[in-house]
Design a protein around this ligand. Structure first.
Ligand code: ADP
Ligand code: ZN
Length: 292
């Protein structure tokens, strides 16, 4: 059986054909333009591929509630051409196969839980720190939705005592995304994050904010593993700093075998940037009724 997988991003659409074990047989990348220009290319790609179902990990905000009349619609996005667009419905009109859609970060979380470093772990958080900060949450093996989907990249933070940066989130200023996403680093220091690799202060402050967020997620959701991905996390020196600061902030209040083995608790993404598309394969399997 072959499954279709679509990772719908703001800059590119990755389309792939995969097998039940997560093997990617082929994939292409299509630049994201307006829906009218982009969707026909996606349909054209999948049309003769003999897939049984399609899984979609989408940029957000997007309606992920299967019971909703607007399931699969893009919601209030600054990408105006896509605002209110019925992503799932417009694909379904042309490809009449079972489909399941979730957020891109929930998709990445699912990819890691099914095929990656979190295989067989049922309570997992996946965080991407890139142009923005997105958080996917798997609890009891299921992806978390509520009235919408979690927006845990926008949690509010305590300012680092030596940091005067006012934050760049247009809604919250100094939320996690406003303080720690790639553009926040660039605006705070006046240079691109990648050019600041050797400046210890940059990564101490960065780790301080990420560790605060992880502490809040640990206290709230009690994950068994926390996975960090996205462009900024290519700075590997962040990992030991984040682990140490997280333990300091938890401050012994909880004491679990996972926290005692912190190097295997807070870990990098493991699927070489395929976690999103592999998660979409798993969503396609769910759509086809394969639930394990
Ligand atoms: P996106 O979030 O758009 O999907 P990325 O995850 O690649 O894409 O994130 C892009 C952001 O990550 C940019 O702000 C960029 O400056 C930053 N970034 C990319 N690569 C690195 C790197 N090696 N070190 C530090 N920051 C990086
Ligand atoms: Zn915010």
């Amino acid at each position: 059986m072959k499954f279709g997988a679509l990772e719908a991003g703001g800059t590119k659409m990755v389309c792939a054909i995969g097998l039940e074990d997560g093997t990617i047989l082929e994939q292409i990348s299509i630049p994201t333009r307006t829906p009218e220009e982009t969707i026909p290319d996606i349909i054209e790609y999948f049309r003769d591929k003999d897939i049984v179902s399609l899984g979609i990990g989408s940029f957000g905000p997007v309606d992920v509630n299967k019971q909703s009349e607007t399931y699969g619609h893009i919601l209030d996005t600054p990408k105006l051409a896509w605002k209110g667009y019925d992503l799932l419905g417009n694909i379904k009109k042309e490809l009449d196969i079972p489909m399941e859609l979730d957020t891109d970060v929930n998709g990445s979380c699912l990819g890691e839980m099914t095929f990656g470093c979190a295989k067989n772990i049922r309570n997992v958080i996946y965080i991407t720190i890139g142009t923005g900060v997105g958080v996917g949450i798997g609890i009891n093996g299921q992806l978390v939705h509520g009235m919408l989907h979690p927006e845990a990249g926008h949690i509010l933070l305590r300012q680092h005592p030596e940091d005067t940066f006012e934050g760049w989130c247009p809604y919250h200023g100094t939320c996690l995304e406003g303080m720690a996403a790639g553009p926040a680093i660039e605006k705070r220091w006046g240079r691109k994050a990648i050019e600041l690799a050797d400046d210890e202060r940059v990564w101490d402050i960065e780790a301080y904010y990420i560790a605060q967020a992880l502490t809040d997620y640990i206290m709230t959701l009690s994950p068994q593993m926390i996975i960090l991905g996205g462009g900024v996390m290519h700075q590997e020196q962040l990992f030991p700093k984040i682990r140490q600061k997280t333990l300091e902030m938890v401050n012994g209040y909880i004491n679990t075998k996972e926290l005692r083995d912190i190097d295997h608790y807070i870990v990098p993404a493991s699927l070489h940037d395929d976690q999103g598309i592999m998660g979409a394969i798993q969503l396609a399997k769910w759509a086809a009724g394969i639930t394990e």
